[in-house]
Design a protein around this ligand. Structure first.
Ligand code: ACM
Length: 538
């Protein structure tokens, strides 16, 4: 697909302002006269993914986005202005309209209004109320994140051609009525494995753009593993000099790592889309790349050979060595300083080369270090074996429905993010014919990815223990953005809906119908999605 920044901008601020000095009512005639070349109907309010909480259609009202439409933002709110500017940038390429972003709405002009101060407690921080009338569209929210979520919904209420990268001559109707919407869970994540194959910042940004359309609000970056180390750490420079270098991907593909400047730029790019970055350094296993760069991280001081195969469970930090804790603290300190988000993910999975006693000793030292640098520790659910994980977040990645030690940890305060591998792992093949991906957690067709409930998946771990859901995408077989897109779409929206929408809305037939109607949007954006035979694609 096209990478960010390559879309054509069709309007300038000067043109926008020149239009505003001639706001005669006559000029505000709806643009129905400009013969449409295509005529897909205005999508129903109920077609949105993830399904909104409440939808109230009003057939007497229809808004037409036209050449005189303005985007009105909350006076005095830079966040509202930024969201309005972002939305205008998304609506201009297909419409060709100037869509000026203003803190006022001239009376004669139709407006899309993005207003704060909803004063509605149930909307929380991320909810919104969207109202479509013939005279205009209003999105109201308590917080900027809710306004942004409302604009994600609005994009889906415009005809699919709104995603065309070039001007489409047609009317741009939005069906009348109202939506009240807010998330079921506060954490709705996606994960990208940067270690097995490095994906460059432009590819990560393109993925951020796509996942944010489904109201995903966290992106977890898996930044180290046996094959490679993918983020600059100043106090241990050989991590990236050696293990971010040539041939460090699976099968010896490509060099790559994020410099600190690139990492910070990704954080701000994501933040503009209300996505928080969660960095992961996997330990005490999955550390071969670190040990190749620094042999003192092994117990015998001998550098292991670099590995570009996909075996797991063979490497371990030296648990009894103080060098290990100097290394871990330096990495945590530097990453915490770079990362504004609340979480620091410390891995903890598949530590098969670490004894149980050593594993517990390691977590006893390392979990408090995350808190020392002001972050909440987050790890694969194996970390919950440690009593030190009481204030941590555990990411359930099992294939089964029973995990007694995790239930015990939850009773002691540990919170859970649900990523059951046999449902939410986007790197599993859809079926035996899928050219990419793995099979160890089974085949995951779209209906399987959609057909589970986070609050009943694991016995004894209910709604109150769960912060949310995450869809991990491991990249052993995924080299480029097209590969990522093919595995993520359409399953990522399934996980997004489980995380956002109330259980009462969960319905496979409804979801499949909405997905089928969504397909042309991916096509227009150049997203390489999987045309599942379970879905009737428009
Ligand atoms: C994992 O899939 N090893 C967390």
């Amino acid at each position: 697909m096209a990478l960010p920044g390559t879309r054509r901008r069709t309007a300038t601020a000067a043109l926008a302002l020149s239009l505003l000095v001639i706001p005669t009512p006559a000029a505000a005639t709806p643009p129905a006269a400009t013969a449409p070349a295509t005529s897909s109907p205005a999508p129903a309010l109920s077609s949105v993914i993830p399904a909104p909480v409440e939808v109230t259609p009003d057939a007497r009202q229809t808004f037409h986005l036209g050449p005189l439409t303005v985007i009105r933002t909350q006076p005095g709110s830079p966040a509202s202005r930024q969201i309005g500017t972002h939305l205008a940038g998304e609506l201009r390429p297909a419409t060709g309209y100037p869509l000026p972003v203003l803190p006022i709405a001239p009376r004669a002009l139709p407006a899309i209004s993005l207003l704060l101060g909803a004063n509605e407690a149930r909307l929380g921080d991320e909810g919104y109320r969207l109202t479509v009338r013939t005279s205009g569209i209003t999105i109201r929210a308590n917080k900027a994140a809710g306004l942004y979520a409302g604009t994600r919904t609005l994009l889906q209420l415009l005809p699919v051609e709104i995603d065309s990268p070039t001007v489409v001559r047609r009317t741009w109707a939005v069906a009348g009525g109202g939506i009240v919407d807010f998330p079921r869970f506060t954490y709705r994540g996606a994960m990208l494995d940067e270690a097995r194959h490095f994906h460059a910042p432009a590819e990560i940004k393109a993925y951020i753009d796509e996942i944010s359309r489904f109201k995903i609000n966290y992106l977890h970056l898996h930044l180290s593993d046996d094959q490679g180390w993918r983020v600059q750490i100043d106090s241990w420079p050989k991590l990236t000099q050696v293990s971010g270098g040539a041939g460090t991907g699976v099968d010896g593909v490509g060099p790559g790592f994020l410099t600190k400047a690139q990492y910070k730029d990704l954080i701000s790019y994501a933040a503009k889309r209300f996505i928080t970055i969660v960095p992961e350094i996997d330990m005490p296993g999955h550390v071969n790349a670190a040990q190749v760069a620094y042999p003192e991280l092994t117990c015998d001081g001998v550098a292991p050979p670099p590995r570009t195969d996909t075996a797991v469970g063979y490497s371990s930090l030296c648990i009894g060595s103080e060098t290990t804790y100097r290394f871990v603290e330096d990495v945590i300190r530097e990453l915490a300083a770079l990362t504004p988000g609340p979480y620091l993910h410390i891995g903890g999975d598949e530590a098969r080369a670490t004894s149980d006693a050593d594993y517990l000793a390691f977590q006893q030292r390392v979990l408090p270090l995350v808190a020392k640098y002001g972050k909440t520790a987050y790890g694969w659910h194996d970390i919950a074996k440690s009593p030190a994980a009481a204030n941590a977040v555990a990411q359930f990645w099992g294939t089964g429905t029973s995990e007694p030690f995790l239930v015990t940890a939850v009773a002691g305060g540990t919170k859970v993010i649900m990523s059951p591998a046999s449902r939410s792992y986007l790197d599993m093949k859809y079926d035996p014919s899928t050219p990419l991906g793995l099979t160890w957690a089974g085949y995951i067709e779209v209906q399987t990815a959609y057909g589970w409930d986070p609050a009943t998946r694991v016995t004894g771990i209910g709604e109150n223990a769960i912060l949310g859901v995450e869809a991990p995408l491991w990249s052993e077989t995924l080299r480029n953005l097209d590969n990522i897109e093919f595995m993520a779409f359409p399953r990522l929206p399934a996980i997004a809906e489980l995380g956002w929408s109330p259980p009462a809305t969960h319905d496979w037939q409804s979801f499949a119908t909405r997905l089928g109607a969504y397909g042309p949007r991916w096509t227009l954006r150049g997203v390489d999605f999987y045309r599942s035979p379970q879905v009737v694609w428009s």
